[in-house]
Ligand binder design. Structure first.
Ligand SMILES: [Fe+2]
Ligand SMILES: [Fe+2]
Length: 168
């Protein structure tokens, strides 16, 4: 079984849901939607967890919900703008939405809450999987911001997966 097929088996209830697909309407960095970012972080976390003997399913599922805040943080209209503290508050918003729309495990919620650490000093990653997700998020976000992700092999894999879930 390919990594992508195995990944899909672990997250398909989330990745094909209306709620997660809604993230395709919000921009993360440049022309990358929050959905694409989330899939990139989830797949990266899955592969790293597999290679290091961590729980790949847990890492992938936590990462799939890590930015489930469901608003555009670039809005120029100040009256509609989310709090300027987006970086600090969105893990709590994402965790709340995850609990509203899905039934995440305690470990999955902890992954969501600690993914911005050390920006959220009281939410320290307490599992290998949480550490993998917070590092994968920083790695992906940096590559997206610097344009390294744009024509990468990684993006081709992610695009392939997005095509698969957007159809459903
Ligand atoms: Fe985030
Ligand atoms: Fe993120």
């Amino acid at each position: 079984m390919s990594y992508l097929t195995e990944f899909h088996e672990c997250v398909k209830d989330l990745s094909t849901s209306e709620t997660v697909l809604q993230m395709d309407e919000f921009i993360q960095h440049g022309d990358i939607t929050t959905l694409e970012h989330v899939v990139a972080v989830a797949y990266t976390s899955f592969v790293v967890a597999k290679k290091t003997g961590a729980n790949a399913r847990l890492a992938a599922r936590g990462a799939m919900m890590h930015d489930l805040y469901l608003y555009d943080w670039h809005i120029k209209d100040w009256s509609q703008r989310p709090p300027l503290t987006h970086g600090f508050t969105h893990p709590a918003t994402a965790a709340k939405n995850a609990e509203k729309y899905f039934t995440p495990t305690k470990e999955e919620v902890k992954i969501i809450r600690s993914h911005m650490w050390p920006l959220t000093p009281f939410h320290i990653p307490t599992s290998w999987e949480a550490l993998i997700v917070t590092l994968s998020d920083k790695y992906c976000a940096t590559n997206e911001t610097l344009g390294i992700y744009d024509d990468s092999k990684q993006r081709k894999t992610i695009k392939k997966y997005l095509k698969q879930i957007r159809k459903k």
